[in-house]
Write a protein that binds this ligand. Structure first.
Ligand code: FES
Length: 140
């Protein structure tokens, strides 16, 4: 299977313990999530999209605030077009390789910040992602 493909894993990933109320979950080995790739994982009762954007990992909830669509399962790591007074309304390409598009109605999200491009007051929660012993981990 191409590790850069969108994949949905059935069942929860293993809990790796954690301190206090934080819980940590294995996502996948580092070599299974190359730059430009993403995976979908169940972590506890949440489904997350985990992305590799230019070597940095990000985890976002796989649920769109618009109408609860699977936000992380549409187009991912594309860019977006914007225009405004500051560009004299000339369209420009922004966030190349950093945007995912909800498959239900097309809202675009900037993966590194979780911000919705059309509605900047809407942001997806971001989860802490880190690497331990070549395993990508997420902390809830
Ligand atoms: S549910 Fe995501 S854009 Fe509508």
């Amino acid at each position: 299977m191409d590790p850069a493909e969108s994949t949905v894993e059935a069942g929860a990933v293993k809990s790796a313990g954690g301190t206090g109320s934080a819980r940590e979950f294995e996502v996948c080995p580092v070599d299974q999530l190359p730059p430009g790739g993403h995976v979908i994982r169940q972590a506890g009762n949440r489904q997350l999209g985990v992305f590799n954007v230019d070597g940095e990992y990000y985890a976002l909830p796989n649920i769109c605030p618009h109408q609860t669509g699977p936000a992380c399962q549409g187009k991912y790591l594309v860019g977006a077009v914007r225009a405004g007074e500051d560009t004299d309304w000339i369209p420009e390409w922004i966030f190349d390789g950093q945007v995912m598009v909800c498959p239900w109605h097309g809202l675009e999200y900037h993966v590194p910040t979780g911000k919705c491009l059309a509605f900047p007051n809407i942001s997806l929660r971001r989860y802490h992602v880190f690497v331990r012993d070549d395993m990508i981990m997420v902390r809830l």
